[in-house]
Design a protein around this ligand. Structure first.
Ligand code: ATP
Ligand code: MG
Length: 661
């Protein structure tokens, strides 16, 4: 058996870039050749996008792999690059953030106002004893102060650790402890699903368990009652009273900028460490290139939460370093109604929208008529990130949101990579629905077999990165060994074979006949059915291509005859009847549909119709929990699960479900 990962699906639809966009694109096809001719010179050119207090002596030091140093000897201040320099260039009155609160309250913050807020916050942090190198935990709702807090830390060289505002006491306190943070910045609460949702009580409990915390800075957002301790300080009584004058000092290019824990889809989160110069270079470049950002005219909106890497790189550091005008939204997409996103696009004339497949599939489930009621003609580029996007969901996004006009950029990257790595360029690439297409200029991605040999076009295997990149993680905080073991010990020098250091991403992928890249889900999730390695993504996409299916998750469950058998969990579209015989019929139809689309080898043994799927708080499907259910095991770690009741519903259905023939 030579196959590393089967290539079962094929896609013939292709969409060239709109002519007008291509003609005026920020980045054209020549960038690939330029980067291929001299990769380090290419990144040095991109680093010139930033304002450096001291120029670097060396682009990359890779003498101690896998520990990279980029722009060695260079010095810069991140906050200066994201805020001050735009004001100094006369763009102080330009809107940085159109903030939309969930209840409908709004704030408009210009770059000049942002400078004032960040300077005041930097002065307050200093007064509270925070110095360069200290760690600060940020546990906030989606309010402008969250971005201000991050930038204030960066401005004084403190390392922030943003913890998603929906996480529990345990999740927060273990992250505080792991990073040994001295300060927490939080709020009384934020608005979610139409009501105030408290944050402060979680912080109080976490701080009680965290002796390293000296102070807690609290923004008043909801006005709800809060307990008060002598560590607590109100933001409006400190930051908003502080001097708006603050001189930003430059820091070394390798100064630690932030720690961020991964979303925990596959297991215990890892504290990913990012540094200063290389990180900002790549997020600034990719934000400009991938979204074709025209800062003077575009209105950009990324729907991620600041608690995830997407919020770090493509709400805070990328867009602000580029002087963008952006929308920031506090709440959920269904409050007060399921049209909230489209209402916001229409209201602010959003031209670039960056969201996640889980949201696109949810919108699909809610129905085409909802976006149809809005003028979405301002949109010109659409983006996707977080999971493989199924071809049908991609087409739905193109037709219903992009109205068949706008390119879609499916961007593959990870907390670990810091910035986008594989993506179409909207003015260059002829896209295929469901494919992230090709590595960006300056990035070397490949798909390899278990001997680290490149697979030919048409083959599948492991996604790897063969060369260091500027925004790469530098280590796992406090755990160099886990850093080596997780990413560098599978292939190449770190595995004791050859001199080449090869980064293993943990994802499966294939190259199609044209060499375009298709992400196939986690390698850990790959199913071994009768000697064939089958990816979860291909079977899920085949299910989603059936008109009755909104969303699907598949896992391989131990099977006495085939080794593993495919078990699928399927959410039907809103209008589909699943009662009694209709449900049984749909079940048979779906199994046959997969068999017809991908071949009999991929036919699920069993399909469960379910109302919901277990997801992380960032919206990703947690297949390992479904595998536990499919194999009748008790559930593994559920701390990053969004809604624990979902698992009960699914396990119950599993015990009563009759779906085998
Ligand atoms: P953990 O590493 O703790 O399990 P996680 O991998 O979910 O958590 P993130 O760093 O937020 O945490 O997610 C990165 C992963 O998301 C990628 O490795 C990949 O599996 C998936 N992903 C992101 N973007 C895409 C995309 N465009 N196409 C396919 N998969 C994607
Ligand atoms: Mg991961």
């Amino acid at each position: 058996m030579s196959e590393t990962l089967a290539n079962l699906s094929s896609e013939s639809r292709q969409f060239p870039p709109p002519e007008e966009l291509a003609a005026a694109a920020n980045v054209k096809a020549g960038a690939y050749e330029e980067a291929a001719a001299d990769r380090l010179a290419f990144w040095a050119t991109q680093a010139d996008r930033l304002t450096w207090a001291k120029k670097w002596d060396q682009v990359l030091d890779w003498s101690n792999p896998p520990f990279a140093k980029w722009f060695v000897g260079g010095e810069l201040n991140i906050a200066y690059n994201c805020v001050d320099r735009h004001v100094e260039a006369g763009r102080g009155d330009k809107v940085a953030i159109h903030w939309e609160g969930e209840p409908g309250d709004t704030r408009t913050i210009t770059y000049a106002e942002l400078l004032k807020l960040v300077s005041q916050a930097a002065n307050t942090l200093t007064e509270l004893g925070i110095a360069a190198g200290d760690r600060v935990a940020i546990y906030m709702p989606m309010i402008p102060e969250a971005a201000v807090a991050m930038l204030a830390c960066a401005r004084i060289g403190a390392t922030h650790s943003v913890v998603f505002g929906g996480f529990s006491v345990d999740a927060l306190s273990t992250r505080i402890k792991d990073a040994d943070a001295k300060l927490v910045i939080t709020a009384d609460g934020g608005y979610r699903r139409g009501k105030p949702s408290a944050l402060k009580p979680t912080v109080d409990e976490a701080v009680a368990k965290s002796p390293s915390i000296e102070n807690v800075l609290v923004v008043r957002r909801t006005g709800q009652d809060v307990e008060w301790t002598d560590k607590d300080k109100w933001w409006h009584e400190t930051v908003e009273q502080a001097s708006p004058e603050h001189q930003a000092q430059p820091f070394d290019a390798e100064h630690p900028l932030f720690i961020l824990y991964t979303s925990g889809t596959t297991g215990k989160p890892k504290g990913i460490l990012h540094t200063t110069g290389g990180y900002l270079t790549q997020v600034s470049y990719t934000h400009n290139a991938v979204f074709d950002l025209k800062p003077e005219t575009d209105v950009y909106w990324c729907t991620a939460d600041i608690g995830w890497v997407t919020g770090h790189s493509y709400i805070v550091y990328g867009p602000l370093s580029n002087g963008a005008t952006q929308v920031m939204y506090e709440g959920t997409p269904d409050t007060p109604g399921r049209d909230r996103f489209w209402q916001i696009v229409d209201k602010y004339k959003v031209s670039i929208l960056y969201t996640a497949p889980t949201l696109i599939r949810t919108m699909m489930k809610w129905g085409d008529d909802i976006p149809a009621g809005y003028d979405l003609s301002s949109l010109r580029v659409l983006g996707s990130v977080g999971e493989p996007i199924n071809p049908e969901a991609w087409m739905w996004y193109r037709e219903n949101i992009g109205r068949n006009r706008t390119p879609i950029v499916d961007t593959w990257w990870q907390t670990e990579t810091g910035g986008v790595m594989i993506s179409p360029l909207p003015g260059v690439t002829a896209t295929k629905p469901g494919s992230a297409m090709t590595p960006l200029p300056g990035i070397t991605a490949d798909v390899v077999d278990d001997q680290a040999e490149s697979v030919p076009n048409g083959g599948g295997g492991f996604l790897v990165l063969r060369d260091p990149w500027p925004s790469m993680l530098r280590t796992i905080w406090g755990d160099d060994k886990r850093f080596l073991d997780t990413y560098w010990s599978r292939f190449g020098a770190g595995a004791g074979s050859g001199d080449e250091w090869i980064y293993f991403a943990g994802d499966g992928a294939k190259k199609d006949e044209d060499g375009a890249l298709w992400l196939l889900g986690r390698v850990d999730d790959v199913m071994l059915v009768s000697g064939h390695n089958i990816s979860t993504t291909e079977v899920e996409s085949a299910l989603v291509s059936h008109p009755s299916v909104a969303e699907a998750a598949v896992v391989g469950a131990t099977d006495p005859t085939t080794g593993q058998a495919i078990v699928a969990f399927v959410i039907p579209r809103g209008s589909v009847d699943t009662e009694g015989d209709a449900g049984d019929q749909l079940n048979v139809e779906l199994r046959n549909h997969v068999s017809k689309t991908l071949g009999p080898i991929a036919k699920p043994r069993q399909i469960m119709l379910v109302p919901e799927l277990p997801k992380t708080r960032s919206g990703k499907i947690m297949r390992r929990l479904l595998k536990d259910v499919a194999e009748n095991r008790s559930l593994g770690d559920v701390t990053t699960l969004q809604d624990s009741a979902v698992m009960e519903l699914i396990s119950k259905g599993m015990q009563t479900g009759k779906s085998e023939d």
